[in-house]
Design a protein. Structure first.
Length: 195
């Protein structure tokens, strides 16, 4: 008798678990489509396809949108091409290297939201975020030795700390200049004072 009750409890719990799973599946919202029809038109109506070549023909407008000349854009694209080119197993509708660079430069130059850039280029918000991150990483890797040199001394880099208090008319009432790691050790002023 006791085993019959245990069997009934086991069967009822299994049945309730199955019912719960089925109702959960019904409640889950079914996707209307895998890719939005708006995004599918990127290769026909997106900003890159419609405007990029026109902007290249009019350098002042190009510079206004990307903060560089078309020649500078091409040079930067040559530097980044290996990192930005689609991989060998990429989708046929994936972004080209120049499209990725254009999206990122316009995002950085305009200060717009990523969702706005995604909308005008007809890309998903997730895709534009990944593109911007990849291009920024590529920019850093390509340009760090040329433009982002860190000032170093024999014992490493240094910084000067400046603190000032001023009023609304820009009159300073207190100024404190300090330094880290003995910055003044290598200056002419210190050597002259030590005599």
């Amino acid at each position: 008798m006791e085993s019959d009750i245990e069997d009934d409890i086991l069967i009822l719990s299994a049945a309730s678990l199955l019912l719960r799973r089925q109702t959960k599946k019904k409640k889950m919202k079914k996707r209307r489509f895998t890719v939005s029809p708006y995004l599918k038109l990127r290769n026909i109506k997106g900003r890159f396809v419609k405007d990029f070549e026109d902007l290249r023909q009019f350098p002042p407008a190009f510079k206004e949108n990307f903060r560089m000349t078309p020649a500078d854009f091409d040079n930067l694209l040559k530097l980044l091409e290996p990192q930005l080119s689609p991989k060998h197993h990429s989708r046929p509708d994936s972004f080209t290297s120049s499209e990725k660079l254009a999206m990122t430069l316009e995002y950085l130059a305009s200060g717009s939201y990523q969702r706005h850039i995604a909308s005008v280029y007809r890309a998903s918000k997730q895709a534009i975020g990944k593109v911007i991150a990849d291009v920024c990483d590529g920019l850093y890797q390509a340009l760090k030795t040329e433009f982002l040199k860190v000032i170093t001394l024999a014992y490493g880099f240094f910084s000067i700390v400046l603190m000032a208090v001023g009023d609304a008319d820009y009159r300073l009432s207190y100024i404190d200049v300090g330094s880290c790691k003995g910055f003044c050790l290598e200056t002419t002023l210190r050597k002259r004072n030590e005599g």
